[in-house]
Design a binder for this molecule. Structure first.
Ligand SMILES: [Zn+2]
Length: 128
């Protein structure tokens, strides 16, 4: 096996990242999925742009969904989106505070984790 460590020294290998990406996308779908259902069932007749979603319509549609989400769900969605951004940027699995690997075990429990355990603990104690 070839070691591609130069660009992903502290991040996760590609396969692991892909696995978490799928996990995160699924979580995203779960958060939005509920709302989508509620939204669709409350808008059954006489509205345009709900059944057929083009790119632009989808944006409006997403906005509507965001409005429908409660604060907790919006937070979750934000965390998931940020994690997906970090995957895209190749920064996933690296602590935002100290730059060290977050650790697979922690990510398994909390795929949206931004900080490693020591940093998270410090943050919670208000030491950072
Ligand atoms: Zn850290």
């Amino acid at each position: 096996m070839v070691k591609g460590q130069s660009d992903q020294k502290k991040g996760l290998d590609k396969r692991t990242r892909e696995r978490f990406k799928k996990l995160l996308l699924k979580e995203r779908e779960e958060i939005i999925g509920d709302v989508k259902q509620i939204y669709e069932s409350s808008q059954e007749v006489g509205q345009d742009g709900i059944q057929d979603i083009g790119d632009e319509a989808a944006n409006v549609y997403n906005k509507q969904i965001l409005l429908t989400l409660n604060e907790n769900e919006r937070m979750r969605l934000k965390e998931v989106d940020e994690a997906l951004d970090r995957i895209k940027a190749g920064m996933y699995g690296v602590c935002e505070e100290c730059g060290e690997p977050i650790g697979l075990k922690r990510l398994e429990v909390k795929p949206v984790a931004k900080y490693c355990v020591p940093c998270k603990t410090k943050l919670e104690k208000g030491e950072l």
